[in-house]
Design a protein around this ligand. Structure first.
Ligand SMILES: Cc1cc2nc3c(=O)[nH]c(=O)nc-3n(C[C@H](O)[C@H](O)[C@H](O)COP(=O)(O)OP(=O)(O)OC[C@H]3O[C@@H](n4cnc5c(N)ncnc54)[C@H](O)[C@@H]3O)c2cc1C
Length: 682
């Protein structure tokens, strides 16, 4: 298996160099000081028709006999939709599975927050949906910066996902006749989103966590709650387990494994104010990067157009209102900048329904990147509403008039209630106020078609990975990707990796790779506790978020990114000089947990800005102000139709001089089934 100028052995280790094949693809030089260009990556997609790639690959996979699965240990980090699915499926196959979560129960993973729905290309309606349309929508929605074969897998397996989740207890909404109900989400013109009122993630997560608990009861899965993975065990370039900290007792211990799956979620909380829960973090994936896994397209971040506006600097997070509201809500701003009349006093002629005006074909269901940018444009040009003029209206008055209050309450009742509780305003009476907020990370750990990262033995599932969504994720495709990875991809690809490892002993506590990994964690904990400064980690996190919104937000430019990179380096230096972590490591210590996570964010943020500065085009949510055609993203397929997969190097954390260096590897992207074209939602 060649990787540009390198070769991989059976386990995926990069073993030797071969001359680079320059006839196919030449990655552009990086203009970012200190960033180097590496080699071309092979995504290991089988040659030929992308629509059948997964079926063909699955047929080739080697298996592990049911008699042998119990002899092989697999670690799964995370019990969200991706992790609980993977752990339950591998447990069902008989593997010795260890599942870790820092939450106090599997079902509390952040997947519970998802409201709107989960897509499936079941095409049960007569609206023209099909697998091909799902793939076209997904690839086009992602602005052609994802693998086409991945999108086919996502669409094809989506049918199984709905049937499976339905069978294990997810109470999907139903039509009068008992068939499963659907609705529409942004970026599509069909109705393929399955839902359970405004609590889809919660209901799916409860079903997934129950399936996991069933395996716990059978004895195939050992569930470690309130336990945080802090490092990987790496032996001769292969991942062979994890080092974790018991968050209650402070005990640090190693769990060796034949393979590790990271299903630890996304990194949107690097922005501090985000729609993610406060304790979501990037430490698992960032530590993997520091061991040779690559981070793909880290600057591809989705800002959700229907988040609630920030109302105070001291607010700790941003609340999301589901995109499903855009099915019936109409988005508008006053035509005249600074018009401060209450919404109800502004007549229709003085309103600008700007999405309907600019994108008549998709209207209020334009994709998220486009809708967020359009909202920011309105707010920046003085049309923003609310006390801080930092929001736009999402108005249900027309829908209430035509459908009635009961129909609207049935569709969105709990979302309306949530809005009223958060703002004190009744959306049945006055329009909601919404604004773009950091939400979902399309970037993530690079993996090949088998979901294995560049660090052999380390696999990914769910939002922690980069796959499927390109530069902009379509609404309701993420619950889907987490379920597809967990239930229907990793349980097939992992056995293929494990097959040749049968009989291989696990590393023991006395082996150097285990001792080194534990020592690294202990050194780092001591470093965080030992700074002895005056500022809590949360203060640094808040300031980092401000830098990121300003420098690498809905829009970015060379100037804003260059400034952000300098600011982050300064903040990181200040962190290691003036951090205060009270208490010790040998007890429950949330200040210490937070400090470790913020230390990782302070490095990840730099790479996000480097990636955004490096990519000299606009695509999807990555909007560089220099590359646009009258406000629309200008892609440059001739030079940038590839995935940037960054390798990270640098001194160990906790030392004063903390410079990082980055190498950009590239996986070229090819499109066969969906024609590479400029997106238009007009
Ligand atoms: C408010 C909100 C609404 C959303 N609505 C939708 C929607 O309607 N439709 C849709 O498709 N998508 C939606 N999304 C996105 C979707 O919910 C997520 O992308 C998806 O649920 C992620 O699932 P996951 O399994 O990858 O990760 P998560 O559910 O985030 O789970 C991560 C797991 O990893 C564990 N973990 C992390 N780090 C460590 C560590 N170091 N050690 C131990 N454990 C660790 C956590 O404890 C947790 O168990 C929404 C997201 C948000 C924030």
């Amino acid at each position: 298996m060649t990787l540009g100028n390198r070769v991989r052995d059976q386990l995926g280790r990069i073993t030797s160099h071969t001359p680079a094949d320059t006839s196919v693809f030449v990655a552009p030089a990086s203009t970012v000081p200190g960033a180097r260009v590496g080699y071309d990556l092979d995504g290991r997609v089988p040659a030929g028709d992308p629509s059948t790639a997964w079926d063909r690959r699955r047929a080739e996979y080697k298996l592990v006999s049911p008699l042998n699965t119990k002899k092989m240990t697999v670690v799964v980090v995370g019990t969200g939709l991706a992790g609980s699915g993977a752990a339950a499926a591998l447990g069902e196959l008989g593997y010795d599975v260890h599942a870790f979560t820092y939450h106090d129960a599997a079902r509390r993973a952040h997947s519970v927050a998802a409201q709107g729905g989960i897509n499936s290309a079941r095409a049960k309606k007569v609206d023209g949906d099909s697998l091909q349309r799902f793939v076209t929508d997904t690839v086009k929605g992602g602005d052609f910066r994802a693998r086409e074969a991945d999108a086919f897998r996502l669409g094809a397996q989506s049918v199984r996902v709905i049937d499976h989740m339905n069978a294990i207890g997810a109470p999907f909404a139903r039509e009068y006749g008992g068939t499963l109900a659907t609705r529409s989400f942004g970026g599509v013109q069909v109705s393929r989103t399955y839902y359970t009122r405004g609590q889809t993630g919660q209901q799916l997560q409860v079903a997934g966590a129950q399936a996991l608990q069933r395996q716990v009861a059978r004895g195939t899965v050992k569930l470690h709650t309130r336990t945080e993975m802090l490092d990987l065990i790496v032996d001769a370039g292969v991942c062979r387990g994890v080092v974790v900290r018991d968050l209650v007792s402070g005990q640090v211990w190693a769990q060796p494994a034949h393979a590790v799956i990271l299903a630890s979620g996304g990194y949107g909380s690097v922005y501090f104010h985000s729609t993610l829960a406060m304790n979501c973090n990037a430490s698992a994936s960032w530590r993997a990067c520091r061991h040779g896994a690559f981070l793909a397209n880290p600057s591809f971040v989705q800002f959700h157009p229907t988040a609630l506006p920030i109302s105070s600097h001291w607010q700790s997070k941003t609340i999301l209102m589901s995109e499903s509201l855009r099915n019936d809500g109409r988005i508008w701003v006053p035509r005249t900048p600074g018009d401060s009349r209450p919404a109800g006093k502004i007549p229709d002629k003085d309103r600008d329904y700007y999405l309907e005006r600019k994108y008549p074909a998709f209207g209020n269901l334009a994709p998220r990147d486009i809708s967020s940018r359009a909202a920011k444009e309105q707010i920046d040009s003085g049309h923003g509403v609310g006390p801080l003029s930092n929001s736009v209206y999402l108005d249900f008055s027309d829908a209430l008039h035509s459908l009635g209050r009961e129909a609207i309450a049935q569709r969105y009742g709990n979302l309306f209630e949530m809005y009223e509780r958060a703002t004190g305003e009744d959306p049945y009476v006055v329009p909601m106020r919404i604004a773009p907020g950091a939400h979902f990370t399309m970037g993530g750990l690079w993996s090949d078609f088998n979901q294995m990262t560049a660090l052999p033995g380390l696999f990914v599932g769910g939002e922690v990975g980069w796959a499927y969504h390109g530069a902009n994720r379509l609404g309701a495709n993420s619950l889907l990707s987490a379920c597809v990875d967990g239930w229907f991809t990793l349980p097939f690809s992992l056995p293929n990796y494990l097959n040749p490892l049968l009989g291989q002993p696990l590393p023991g506590a006395g082996d150097a790779c285990v001792r080194d990994a534990v020592a690294r964690v202990e050194r780092r904990t001591a470093a965080l506790l030992g700074v002895g400064g005056s500022q809590a980690a949360s203060k640094f996190h808040r300031r980092l978020g401000e830098i990121m919104y300003r420098g690498c937000g809905v829009e970015r430019s060379a100037a804003s990114l260059t400034q952000a990179i300098a600011d982050i380096a300064d903040l990181r230096a200040e962190f290691w000089d003036d951090l205060s972590v009270p208490g010790s490591g040998a007890q429950l210590n949330q200040g210490l947990e937070r400090a470790g996570r913020v230390a990782d964010f302070l490095e990840l943020a730099e790479l996000m800005c480097v990636d955004a500065l490096d990519r000299q085009e606009s695509c999807g949510a990555h909007f560089r102000t220099e590359y646009q055609d009258s406000g629309e993203a200008r892609r440059d397929d001739a030079h940038w139709a590839f995935v940037s997969a960054w390798e990270v190097d640098g001194a160990p954390q906790g030392v004063a001089d903390h410079a990082l260096s980055f190498v950009r590897h590239a996986e070229p992207l090819h499109f066969e089934a969906v024609q590479l074209a400029t997106r238009s939602y007009k």
